[in-house]
Design a binder for this molecule. Structure first.
Ligand code: TEU
Ligand code: CA
Length: 548
């Protein structure tokens, strides 16, 4: 299978810096903490790390509200520490990816501050979406658009003389004003920001909310029968063609888009040869734990990516969604923002069994696989965080309907029998979100050396993947299998079997057992179990993607 360039077949680990490891004892993760735990990622065998934002920020949206794209927030450390971290990762053979947030900045960003201070007519206002209100007094919002967190998308400003002024657009929280991407200065600024990070040696850029940048400046309301005013407008592609030219000034750099878009063809448009290198597969993430649905998602993904020759990606969790162990333990295993289903009964044992099988599935599909910090420890969604302690703006913005995303952002447990589980050094402040007491069984230290643990499964699978030339990018051939069972070969004698049916089935293929997600039952493949096999098949090159 194809392993070059690196992003086509990489295992990419997402670090959420607030919650990975705390070096200085303030209860918040930081760069020093990440550096002290790089050995964990090296032992896990990942090819690259994507770091969620660490820039100066008032943290209205946990750092996705950036006030300076070229520096590091003091809560996380310094730019010099980040440069050292990048170098240390490279020494370990691990590439680095930074998160760039181009749709909006923080209301503390100097451009927005200047736009406010300068009053109507300030040139900086053209870098954002300032508009007069509707109605005789201008006190009605320019549009009725609903934001991505729910709630209103316009906030009224006060003029320097104290009178009520224009409104500005924010698709997320009010502290996240949207940039006007029709303005050349915005375009130049971000191309320069890309160069700033590429010059510091980063190997890739994760592009936040990549489909939202361009707006219909006539500000029409959202209507079913009309093109959407800000989702996936054709104009965004021009921006990414410019970004691709910047990436191509450097060797081996990847642009990875966060594109939430149900239409697979439109999604693939972002991956044309002169645009982004890859994008997150949310189709797969949201998919039910169901063989037919997964097979449809896998086939649909692969056939949408083939014409643009882009690698598929396989994502199960991230910092925005309910952890998949929890999802997979529910009656309805799908994910959608509209139905977060907090408090739905969860069978954690079932969810864990399925998550183990899902790990073998996603790590053996063609393309790149993503691991969200803590999934390798088997962490579940923490649903009982007291509302008063929740920090995600989604909770308030949604009118307290959406529980928010704090439950998947709880600080990692590293070792020990009680919180903070060595997330922070001894004598430190409490972690910024409370950790469940029973995570003592899920610390990295407790799992190390336990061959039945989630951590050792991930380590073994990632090592086996690296050692096997059939894995990474390439082709997939479906093998005949009973209903409820996924069976595919990757060529080179590699076969993956996953039983999603409620009962054990005879193995649909025979071979040497490389890895199993759970105990096998006398030659049968138990329910919610996956295996990797070395089969007698010849080492012929890739075959057609459509099996029988
Ligand atoms: O997320 C974008 C995102 O999740 C939305 O576009 C999504 O479609 C919406 O929440 C569902 O209604 C990114 C980051 O991953 C997230 O953490 C940030 O809060 C957000 O952008 C704003 O920067
Ligand atoms: Ca800290």
């Amino acid at each position: 299978a194809d392993r070059s360039p690196w992003w086509r077949g990489a295992v990419i680990y997402q670090v959420y810096p607030r919650s990975f490891a705390d070096g200085n004892g303030d209860g918040i993760g930081d760069i020093a903490g990440i550096r002290s735990r790089l050995n964990h990622l090296s032992a896990l065998g990942v090819d690259a790390i994507w770091f969620s934002p660490w820039y100066p920020s008032p943290m209205a949206d946990a750092g996705y509200d950036v006030s300076d794209y070229r520096d590091i927030d003091p809560v996380f450390g310094t730019l010099a520490e980040v440069e050292a971290l990048i170098a240390e990762a490279h020494t370990l053979g691990i590439r680095t990816i930074v998160d760039v947030v181009p749709n909006h900045c923080s209301d503390a960003h100097p451009w927005f501050q200047a736009a406010l201070a300068g009053g109507p007519g300030a040139p900086e206002r053209d870098l954002f979406w300032f508009r007069p209100g509707r109605g005789p007094n201008g006190d009605e919002r320019p549009t009725d658009w609903i934001g991505e967190f729910g709630g209103e998308t316009w906030t009224r400003t006060t003029n320097p003389d104290g009178t009520p002024g224009d409104w500005y657009l924010h698709l997320f929280a009010p502290q996240q004003p949207d940039f006007n991407w029709d303005h050349p200065r915005v375009r130049e600024e971000f191309e320069d920001i890309l160069r700033f990070w590429f010059d510091r040696g980063v190997d890739g850029i994760r592009i936040d909310s990549a489909g939202l940048l361009v707006k219909d400046g006539t500000l029409p309301e959202v209507r079913e029968d009309q093109p959407h005013p800000f989702h996936d407008l054709d104009g965004v592609h021009d921006i990414y063609r410019g970004w691709r030219r910047v990436a191509d000034e450097y060797a081996d750099r990847a642009l990875i888009g966060e594109v939430w878009l149900p239409d697979r063809q439109r999604f693939a448009n972002y991956l044309r040869p002169d645009e982004l290198h890859a994008a997150f597969n949310f189709d797969f993430l949201g998919c039910a734990w169901d063989a037919a649905a997964l097979r449809e998602s896998i086939d649909g993904t692969l056939s949408a990516h083939a014409p643009v020759d882009a690698p598929a990606t396989w994502v199960l969790s991230n910092h925005d969604v309910t952890r998949h162990i929890t999802r997979y333990g529910r009656a309805d295993t799908r994910f959608s923002f509209a139905a977060k289903r907090e408090g739905t009964p969860t069978d954690l044992e079932l969810g864990t069994r399925r998550a183990r099988a899902a790990a073998l599935l996603s790590l053996s599909l063609p393309g790149a696989a993503y691991v969200y910090q803590g999934e390798e420890l088997g962490l579940y969604e923490v649903e009982d965080i007291p509302y008063a302690m929740r920090q995600d703006p989604m909770w308030e913005r949604s009118g307290r309907i959406d529980p928010g995303r704090d439950g998947c952002r709880v600080p990692l447990p590293w070792a020990g029998d009680e919180p903070p589980f060595e997330f922070s050094p001894e004598g430190a402040a409490a972690p910024w979100l409370p950790q469940p007491a029973d995570w003592k069984e899920r610390t990295a230290s407790a799992q190390t050396g336990d061959s039945a643990s989630m951590l050792e499964l991930y380590r073994a699978a990632i090592q086996a993947r690296k050692a096997d030339p059939a894995l990474g990018d390439g082709e997939l051939t479906w093998l005949p299998a009973p209903d409820g069972v996924l069976a595919f070969s990757r060529g080179g004698g590699f076969t993956c079997l996953v039983n999603l049916s409620p009962a054990p089935v005879p193995m649909p293929a025979q071979g040497e057992l490389l890895l199993a997600s759970g105990p096998l039952d006398d030659g049968l493949l138990p329910s919610d179990t996956a295996v990797w096999l070395r089969t007698a098949e010849s080492t012929d090159g890739p075959r057609a993607a459509d099996g029988p």
